[in-house]
Design a protein around this ligand. Structure first.
Ligand code: CP
Ligand code: NVA
Length: 290
């Protein structure tokens, strides 16, 4: 059966925990696997990316494979070629492919018709590859995942949803503090809060993301107003567990969702998170192509 990775819920708990441990191993030995020798991996970007593109392109190379970057203006998909046909042709040439796009339906349709694994590199509703790197960063920092508390503060968006889905699968208690109208749906698996101070009490990690995601530009001003009191600063971190860390998937907007003091301060593990994207995604590719 072809394995896909669209939301993270496709993994069993054991697979997820083994993937995180494998990612930590690969970080110690980046050229220790040639799982992609002789294989090409398609990477379709219909939205901008710095980290996801860098980490997948470099990671595929380290695994002995060849990354094929595809931009929308270079694909016939943008001129009306059917999604089904695109999935068939990609499946003829690459061993797996990922896509960053707007609607989740496009990724689901590609996966329905592809005969190779399809992975989600960010959609409007999900960012599961980011959540893998986030769990890896937690495991590196605390030596465990089960029973940790991670509080996400801000917009209940794709990043928050993937943390809720993938984090709870790994035994992490995920809390989301968001204003009314910006909260996650209760079924995502997180505990929902309106008050950030209440949500961070006892937390091991405080996580935030941009207030204006790609595709939300038209409502930027109302989002900034609604989320103004959901900034992660040192005072909020002081309310969490004594050894709590600050996380952010990046890109950051210092002064909006996070202060510069936290972003570049002693309690952040944000730059480790950015590095861990590559190691976690290499472990994912190994699993999908096993
Ligand atoms: N965190 C993340 O996905 O970053 P990019 O948008 O730069 O890929
Ligand atoms: N929520 C953000 C994440 C960027 C990596 C967005 O979708 O733009």
């Amino acid at each position: 059966m072809t394995r896909h990775f669209l939301t993270g819920a496709e993994l069993s708990r054991d697979e997820l925990l083994a993937l995180i441990d494998r990612a930590i191993e690969l970080k110690r030995d980046p050229l220790g696997s040639s799982a992609l020798a002789g294989k090409s991996i398609g990477l379709i970007f219909q939205k901008p990316s710095t980290r996801t593109r860098l980490s997948f392109e470099a990671g595929v190379f380290e695994l002995g494979g060849h990354p094929v970057i595809l931009r929308p203006d270079e694909m016939q998909l943008s001129r009306g070629e059917p999604v089904r046909d695109t999935a068939y042709v990609l499946s003829c040439h690459v061993a797996a492919f990922g896509i960053r796009t707007h609607a989740d339906e496009l990724v689901e349709q590609l996966a329905e018709h592809a005969t190779v694994p399809v992975f989600n590199m960010l959609t409007a509703d999900h960012h599961p590859c980011q959540a893998l790197a986030d769990l890896m960063t937690l495991k590196e920092t605390f030596g465990r995942l089960d029973g940790l508390v991670l509080t996400y503060v801000g917009d209940g968006n794709n990043v928050a949803r993937s943390l809720a889905i993938v984090g709870s699968l790994a035994g992490v208690e995920v809390r989301v503090a968001a204003p009314r109208g910006y909260q996650l749906e209760p079924t995502a698996g997180a505990q929902l809060f309106e008050d950030p101070a209440a949500a961070v009490a006892g937390a091991n990690a405080i996580y935030t993301d941009v207030w204006v995601s790609m595709g939300d530009e038209e409502t930027a001003e109302e989002r900034r107003a609604a989320l103004a009191s959901y900034r992660v600063d040192d005072a909020l971190l002081d309310l969490a567990a004594p050894d709590a860390i600050a996380l952010h998937d990046l890109p950051a907007h210092p002064g909006d969702e996070i202060t510069a003091e936290v972003l570049y301060g002693a309690r952040q593990r944000i730059w480790d998170q950015a590095e861990n994207r590559r190691h976690a995604q290499k472990a994912l590719l190994e699993l999908l192509l096993r």
